[in-house]
Every structure is written in C-alpha cells, then in structure tokens.
Design a binder for this molecule. Sequence first.
Ligand SMILES: Cc1ncc(COP(=O)(O)O)c(C=O)c1O
Length: 399
Amino acid sequence: MHGKAKDSWRIATKAIHGFGGGDPHTGSVSLPIYQTSTYAFKDSQHGADLFQGEAEGYIYSRISNPTVQAFEREIACLEGGEVGHGFASGMAAIFNAVMTECKSGDSYVVSETVYGGTHALNEHVMPRFGVKAIEVDATDLNKVEDAIKKAKNCKVLLFETPANPTLAILDIKELTELGHKYNLTVMVDNTFATPILQRPLEHGVDVIIHSTTKYISGHGDVVGGCVVAKKEFMDRLDVDVYIDTGATMAPLSAWLLLRGLKTLPIRMAKHCENAHKIAQFLAFHPKVTKVHFPGLKSHPGYELAKRQMSDFGGMIAFEIKGGFEDGKKVMDAVELHTVAVSLGDCDSLICHPASTTHSTYEKDQREAAGILDNMIRISVGIEDPRDLMDDLNQALRAI
Ligand SMILES: Cc1ncc(COP(=O)(O)O)c(C=O)c1O
C-alpha cells in the first residue's frame, strides 16, 4: 500500500490520496482487506525477534493489521498528528486514552455536556477501577481551574466540542493552556467536527479521540473509534492498556472507514450547508422556542466557533413548545427523517436525547448540562434540504 501523502497537499487531496490507496504487489487500486488473524513467521527466530521488537512486521491482528494501519496513518495525516490508533468503537477509544494516563487513585476533569456513554463511563465504569471523573461546566474556565485544583492526582482534561447534544462550543486553546498549566494531558473528542472542520492538535491539544462510527464512516455501517496523538503517548497506550484488553478495530471496518474518508470533505460541506438552512428555518418556526446551532449569530459560541472551526457542522438541537410528550409526537410524525440515535450518516437522523442517548444522566445532572426534556437533536443528512424542511414542518404540526 502506498504511503505518499505530501505535507503541501490540501486536506481534500490528502483524504483521497493519503495512505489508503492500492496494493503495489498486484496493482489493485483498492487497498486489500487483510482478513487474517495471524501472520506466518519466517522461522522461530523471526517470531522471537518480532515479539522482542527487534524485527518489524505483523504478529497477530489484535496487535496490528495492515488495513487497520492504513486507516491509522490516514486519520493521523488528516488530524496533523504523529500516530493514529484504531479501536472497536468510540467508547473503546475514550477508555483506552484515559486509562493510558490514569490508574487507581487518579482522577480526570471532563466537560459536563458529553455523549451519554461518556457520562456513563465517567460515573459508573471508571470508579470500578478507582479512577474518579469530575464533570464540570467547561464553558467557564474558572470552574475548570477550581475543579483541577481540588482534584486528587488529576491527570487528564477531557472535553467535547461541539458538545453532544447541546452544541455548546468550548475554547480549545484556552482549555489546553489551562490543562498544560497543571501538567494534564489534554484530550478532545472531535467526533462532531471531524478533522475537516476542526484540528485541535493545531491548538496544542495532546490527544484527539473520534467515534469513527459517525461522520468518518458516514454511511451508518461501521462501529469504530480512533485516537491520534504523539508516538510517546501511543506506545504507552499500546503496552499499558490496548494490547492486553483487545478492543481491536476489524479490518473490514478499517476498509469502510478509509472509503468514508475519501468523501468526508464533500460530505461535510453538504452537511454544513444543509444544517445552516435547517437551523435558520427552525429559528423562525412558531412551534420552536430555541435553536442550538453554532452557525446562528444568536448562539453563545458563534464567534468562538468561527475562530476555531472552518464551518459549523451538521448537528442541530432545538427546543419545542411543550415538553417530553410533545417531543415524542414530533418524532412519531416525521416521515423522511429516521428516528434513530447515532449521527453523521448521509441520511438525516432525529432523536430525543433526554430519553435515549443521554438517559444515562440523572435528571438534575442532565438539566445542569443543558439537555432539556423538550430538546430534539437532528443529525442533518445530505438529502435535498427542501425535503427535510417540508418533513419537519409537517411533523411540527403534530403539536
Ligand atoms: C461525541 C461522541 N463521542 C463518543 C461516542 C461513542 O462512540 P461509539 O458509539 O462509536 O462507541 C459517541 C456516540 O454517539 C459520540 O457522539
């Protein structure tokens, strides 16, 4: 397979001609799916040398696989980082990244508005390993600094921006400087933005995390995750957590993700364009009380998003007149949108975070994080936006 990306190439060229292309042995223009669990050693000494790190090559696909490696090189190239690492899911990526820095007795500070699975990891899983997560309103730097100061053996500052599902925008540069002031490893979940719209490593962040299930796949057919960071961090991740816990990305997933990356720049452009139109339409709709979309001037993160993102993304949350039951009525009335969790697909997906993706929060925590009962989230797809607006319009008549 070719590893030919040039630094001078723009991101859309890198996405197509980076590290996923072809097979020099056969001329196949599509990268082979190396569907193998194990690799033959030349002889017993070769096997021993590979295990000792004295020879380069493949041992076993839980450790590494050529198709997965091509994806890892490609995502590192797009994020502008040293090394990429594939995982079985976004949650596996977050767990591995945090556990690389934290052991029993340590803690990490994390933004309070995050994907519900990340919240559940913070609240339910990490304490089982003696690791404490402190969730904080990360739009307020003073609160973050207070939380870091109070935390015992704090090792990591982790945040999501734009945040799922409220689309809150956090200041990557300022939070990173703050984290580094206290020697923390700063990690950003870049799932909503993708490297096309936001490259946190350029703001000094140490570790990028993605659920590749979302925009990077783009077609709703893969569950995967990845981390991009410096080699020094990734070597520790491999040895201390990954290899012996085994949340491995499958070769077929890597191949589908490489295919997804080729169209990521044009898909993101269309997601952004459609989302902007739909956010403007909802902002004037009489049944809608508030629209959360960072591309609207009324959004508190508008100026910041303009500075740190190249466009505003394809996700919208909005609040409707009424409560939980009215939200359900709207969801049951849509015809074109698919009522489903997940996001980033070509198809528009609509969900009610309070009862689904973020039901892991206690009600008071959820409200503090701005995830309200009357909030609906849309992952705006790449259909004709006029059809999407017609569908929302007729669905909103249900209330
Ligand atoms: C922002 C964000 N991070 C992480 C995850 C978890 O990813 P996965 O479902 O691939 O484990 C999700 C899932 O929705 C997400 O939205």
